[in-house]
Design a binder for this molecule. Structure first.
Ligand SMILES: *Cc1c(COP(=O)(O)O)cnc(C)c1O
Length: 382
């Protein structure tokens, strides 16, 4: 880009741009929607089964099961691990509340363990101290699209008979030592919330597992515990993924690898152009991991000022997440004081997420990088 263009009117940059994505797949999506509507097969049916097979295969899991949301996926995954009232489930406080809602929905007690300051995922070095005789499951979150460090977690969990449930809601296609998210634990939950890397046109979710018994349990509970139309061997839930969403997701799945490549291209551009700024720390792709950059999160002590600086220039930035779960009003009853999870608390104070979507072009990347650089360099000169 020439200097003249650089000085021209600033380019507005949204945080994500789902309309831009739709324009690239409009005809395919409309044909898929028509197919379902013309068949009037809205629940179950071919569209659902095709998508379940396709995304299960994509992850490399034996079983792929569509459900109504990421939250319901995690709830069912915990139930399938045998989690019952009185049990404890270990996870991190720096995640979206759905992670811990699922624990409560399964009737269990939440036990937090702090995050690793570099990967932002569950710190394996702190896991053992959080385990008690009641611990049934450890639920690492593959935060921002990078998987947790599973091997050391498994080394602690497995000998104790503790199951691993992956919160893979942000990690479609992410890899650890060449294995994909969704195959790293005993069972995993994905989200297809519209803004996720693979997003539906509404709510949706998915469970993957290699375990036949767990898969049977999930399939039973997601559809009212029925074995035939009006025979129910348990009370379950209405947690089905509907056929329209499944048909749309099948179309979008065909583009997922290209979109992931594009997210990695944007991340690489940020890495290169924002390197070496005093007071700014960039996210790092950890060894043996393939990051799918659901979120590209910077860290700076001047987070709020940087966020305003970007916003006045038409650049949307986000904070994921401003309040760690143990300090949320919803969890006041847990009575966990501030200071209990210093890494998660520090991340919440310093994180800033830059715009990140596959359709981002050079002008948008350039606008973001110039504005971030301008903030830090301008201040020094002032
Ligand atoms: C989005 C998300 C969920 C929940 O998914 P929904 O589909 O919105 O229910 C769970 N965990 C994490 C980490 C998420 O980002």
């Amino acid at each position: 880009m020439s200097v003249a263009e650089r000085k021209g009117p600033s380019v507005g940059v949204p945080f994500v741009d789902l309309k831009a994505q739709y324009r690239t797949i409009r005809d395919e999506v409309r044909a898929a929607i028509d197919g379902v509507v013309e068949e009037a097969a809205f629940i179950g049916g071919k569209a659902l089964h095709e998508f379940q097979d396709a995304f299960g295969r994509y992850c490399g899991a034996r079983h792929g099961i569509g459900v109504s949301s990421g939250t319901s996926a995690l709830h069912l995954a915990l139930d399938a691990c045998g989690v019952r009232p009185g049990d404890e489930v270990v996870t991190v406080p720096n995640t979206f509340i759905a992670t811990t809602e699922a624990i409560t929905q399964a009737g269990a007690t939440i036990r937090f363990v702090d995050a690793d300051p570099e990967s932002f995922c569950l710190d394996p070095a702190r896991l053992e101290a959080a385990i008690t005789s009641k611990t049934k499951v450890v639920m690492p979150v593959h935060l921002f699209g990078q998987t947790a460090e599973i091997d050391p977690i498994a080394a602690i969990a497995r000998p104790r008979g503790i199951r691993i449930v992956e919160d893979a809601a942000q990690a479609h296609g992410a890899e650890y030592k060449g294995r994909r998210a969704g195959t790293l634990g005993d069972i995993a939950g994905f989200s297809f919330y519209p803004g996720k890397n693979l997003g539906a046109y509404g709510d949706g979710g998915f469970v993957t597992t290699d375990d036949d018994t767990m898969a049977t349990r999930v399939r039973l509970l997601l559809d009212h515990g029925r074995t035939t139309k009006y025979e129910h061997i348990a009370e379950g839930y209405n947690y089905r993924l509907d056929a329209l969403q499944a048909a749309i997701l099948s179309v979008k799945l065909r583009h997922l690898d290209a979109w992931t490549e594009s997210r990695r291209r944007v991340a690489k551009a940020y890495d290169e152009r924002l390197a070496g700024i005093d007071g700014l720390r960039l996210p790092v792709e950890q060894a043996n991991r393939r990051h799918v950059y659901h979120i590209y999160a910077l860290r700076t002590d001047r987070r709020d000022a940087l966020k305003s600086h970007l916003e006045t220039r038409g650049i949307a930035a986000g904070v994921h997440y401003p309040i760690p779960l143990h300090l949320q009003p919803a969890y006041r009853h847990l009575a966990i004081p501030k200071g209990s999870f210093p890494v998660a608390e520090r991340l919440a104070e310093t994180f800033l997420s830059l715009p990140m979507y596959p359709e981002m072009g050079e002008p948008e990347i350039d606008a973001v990088c110039s504005a971030v650089r301008g903030f830090f360099e301008g201040k020094r000169g002032a």
